[in-house]
Design a protein around this ligand. Structure first.
Ligand code: PLP
Length: 355
């Protein structure tokens, strides 16, 4: 069902790893689908599980898509105030399904805090078999390591010099997966950590300590993270071999204007449509290619489908990207099963009432 492709875009400098052809148009579909299938398989011998996830964007649609009708599993998705989109109400628990969207009266941080509190309530965790469907769960990261191996196998015949990947990063799950692929033995010269103005790990990559910040809103909003939850995993790599890591990961900071310029350039130079996240990766790759790379090839990760940003893509390139039929559901609004204050007792009461 998932189609991935490595695209040659007509020169020796770059190729594009298209990861946006999944059922909800985002690279996360792959890791989430693997996690759902693996959990269902592991539960065949008995027991049940409940995933608890917070999302402020489209990840909820991806989780609902992959977890729908998985036996033994309920998926609770917490949303902050705002619109809930991309879900099919036929699959909600009150209609006999296993998806439980809950709106929290608060912001995304309130949702995250509730999740932390729920995981600290051990009797609650044990009663429901509570687990995470965020990249906190290594079951989402391991499959992502195969993107990189796949791309390497596809292009290795053409490679003459060094190989780099440019990864548009927010919570840094994808970069961690890339580091796993390298640890598995994939020959690669380095990774570009392409960040937007949040630049959360920028100074950490250069050897300073990491200071969490408030997120800054940008046009590549799935990367607007000020306090990435994969910090400990990353820090563990650096604690082991700081100088090796500093040669391996190259941070780049791309602001919104540079992102838009990169979208335009990719279209003019390669007839390539990128969403703002992919454009951050392309801009970072171009900059690194100019400054630090004599020769070598950079694989740019396209993580989001350009049709999801049709207005922006049209403004910049004049082209209206074609919306795949399957992505139509993403604009559909739905009512959450419950709307509750940002309190743990309220959350546990809703779950106890229906699961
Ligand atoms: C989540 C997301 C990212 C960032 O990935 P991380 O693994 O969190 O660094 C980049 N692009 C898109 C389209 C995303 O949805």
């Amino acid at each position: 069902e998932l189609e991935y492709a490595i695209q040659e875009i007509g020169d020796d400098d770059f190729s594009v790893l298209e990861l946006h052809n999944g059922p909800t148009g985002v690279f996360k579909d792959f890791g989430i689908a693997f996690l759902a299938a693996a959990m269902e398989e592991l539960l065949k011998s008995g027991g049940r599980a409940m995933t608890l996830t917070a999302t402020s964007g489209d990840t909820g649609a991806s989780i609902a898509h992959s977890f729908t009708a998985r036996s033994g599993i309920t998926s609770v998705i917490l949303y902050p105030e705002g619109k809930v989109r991309g879900l099919n109400a036929d699959h909600f628990v009150q209609n006999g399904g296993n998806i439980l969207p809950i709106q929290i009266e608060g912001n995304f941080d309130d949702c995250q805090r509730l999740i932390r509190e729920a995981f600290e309530d051990i009797p609650f965790v044990l009663r429901y078999g509570l687990t995470s469907a965020n990249t906190l769960n290594v079951g989402r990261l391991l499959p992502q390591a195969f993107y990189y191996l796949y791309a390497f196998i596809k292009i290795k015949k053409r490679l003459r010099g060094d190989l780099y990947f440019s990864i548009p990063s927010g919570n840094f799950g994808n970069l961690i997966a890339a580091l796993y692929a390298w640890k598995f033995g994939m020959p690669v010269n380095g990774f570009i950590a392409a960040m937007n103005s949040n630049y959360s790990f920028g100074s950490f990559f250069r050897g300073e300590s990491f200071v969490p910040r408030q997120p800054i809103p940008t046009i590549s909003h799935s990367m607007d993270v000020g306090n990435p939850s994969n910090y400990e995993r990353l820090a563990a790599f650096y604690a082991e071999a700081p100088s090796v890591m500093r040669n391996m990961v190259h941070p780049e900071k791309i602001d919104d204007n540079q992102t838009l310029a990169a979208m335009e350039k990719a279209w003019k130079k390669y007839s390539l449509l990128l969403d703002p996240h992919g454009a951050v990766a392309y801009a970072a790759a171009e900059r690194m290619r100019m400054s630090d790379l004599e020769d070598g090839h950079v694989v740019i990760l396209s993580t989001g489908h350009p049709a999801k940003y049709a207005d922006l893509v049209k403004d910049v390139t004049g082209i209206v990207p074609k919306m795949p039929d399957a992505l139509g559901i993403l604009s559909k609004e739905s009512q959450p099963v419950a709307q509750i204050p940002a309190r743990i007792d309220a959350l546990e009461a809703v779950i106890a009432g229906c699961c």
